[in-house]
Design a protein around this ligand. Structure first.
Ligand code: ADP
Length: 337
């Protein structure tokens, strides 16, 4: 009764026999007025979302928790967003036997999310033009003040310029999030030498900071097949974070190692570190740690965007960290064939 009043549909999916047991709310959720079979269920999923379910099942068998959101196409062609959650049940030999859990119609919530994203996308687009001209003007003003040797005003304008840059980064993050989520970002993959690429970015980022020195550990070389611009966005973001969240430290260490058929790039800082239970959360949208200094932080989008970029290129991204000692962010990319 509790499950029914929460408008959750119940199911039990027997992995070995392929049998599916569902209740009425479940059947209604996915557009049926009679008990559904496994085949009915899969056929009703939007074809573009089938892979999401497949990946979630593969992960569930490793983690014992099932969680995914997909679109269902009802017989009248209307689209309904359904969230599926479940737990894997194992037998005495530790073999997965069944998954049971609930489904929930989240179409209304998705609609609100879409309206919010449209709003963010419109606002960030409108803010971009005035900010870009503001950046140009503060730069010109700074040059004029330097010529006039007005040191005090130069310092003020430099600060102004930094804040304008910060705003531009935030707006760029907001634009990227909406573009990534609506699949508008096209990845232009080419084959390139990863070590040359990494050294170039490090040099560029190094020139923009006076607070930290970026040191190289072992940089192994390999050819990867990836989008250079997007991957450089990830490296830059990880480097800038490593400065932002280690205000008392002065060094950051960059490395690249070959492992099987991947290159693994790491960026190590000696800053605030991240508690164990937050180490996966920081890759979520808008997530920020409450305990760190937020004066330089953005919107909590940089790592989310980086994770999406790396995943789209069949790589992995993760962090190892000790609270109070520092963090090492890693990402991998498959080598070019
Ligand atoms: P932002 O920096 O704009 O807040 P990010 O998505 O880049 O957003 O990072 C999310 C959060 O993860 C940050 O707010 C910060 O709390 C934490 N974080 C990111 N990088 C580091 C780091 N190198 N060391 C400690 N905490 C970090």
């Amino acid at each position: 009764m509790a499950i029914e009043s929460a408008e959750l549909g119940f199911y039990e999916n027997h992995i070995i026999t392929g049998e599916l047991f569902t209740d009425n709310v479940f059947n209604t959720c996915i557009g049926f007025n009679h008990p559904v079979t496994q085949a009915d269920f899969i056929l009703a999923i939007h074809p573009e979302d089938l892979l999401i379910r497949e990946n979630a099942y593969a992960e569930a068998l490793l983690t014992s928790t099932l969680k995914y959101e997909v679109r269902f196409v009802w017989k009248d062609n209307s689209i309904h967003w359904i969230k599926v959650t479940g737990k894997v049940v194992y037998d005495e030999q530790n073999q997965p036997v069944k998954i049971h859990g609930v489904v929930q119609d989240i179409t209304a919530q998705k609609d609100i999310d879409r309206q919010k994203d449209d709003f963010i996308s419109m606002v960030s687009h409108e803010l971009k033009t005035p900010l870009t001209s503001l950046k140009g003007f503060t730069y010109m003003l700074k040059e004029n003040l330097e010529l006039l040797k007005d040191e005090e005003s130069t310092v003020i304008v430099t600060r102004m310029n930094n804040q304008v840059n910060r705003l531009i980064y935030i707006i760029q993050d907001l634009t990227d999030v909406t573009r990534i989520e609506s699949n508008q970002i096209k990845f232009r993959e080419i084959e390139f030498d990863f070590s040359e690429f990494l050294i170039d970015i490090v040099e560029e980022v190094q020139s923009s900071t006076q607070t930290h020195k970026i040191l190289f550990d072992v940089i192994e070389t390999a050819k990867v097949f990836a989008d250079k611009e997007r991957t450089s966005q990830v490296v830059t973001n990880l480097l800038i974070n490593s400065f932002k969240y280690s205000p008392k430290a002065t060094t950051v260490i960059v490395a690249a190692h070959l492992q099987n058929d991947e290159i693994i790039c790491s960026i190590k800082d000696f800053g605030s570190g991240i508690a164990n239970d937050k180490q996966t959360k920081i890759f979520e949208k808008y997530y920020q740690l409450t305990e760190v200094d937020k004066s330089n932080a953005g919107f909590g989008l940089g790592l989310y965007i980086s994770a999406q970029i790396i995943k789209r290129q069949n790589g992995r991204i993760w962090v190892e960290s000790v609270l109070g000692k520092g963090s090492t962010f890693y990402f991998s990319l498959p080598l070019a064939k």
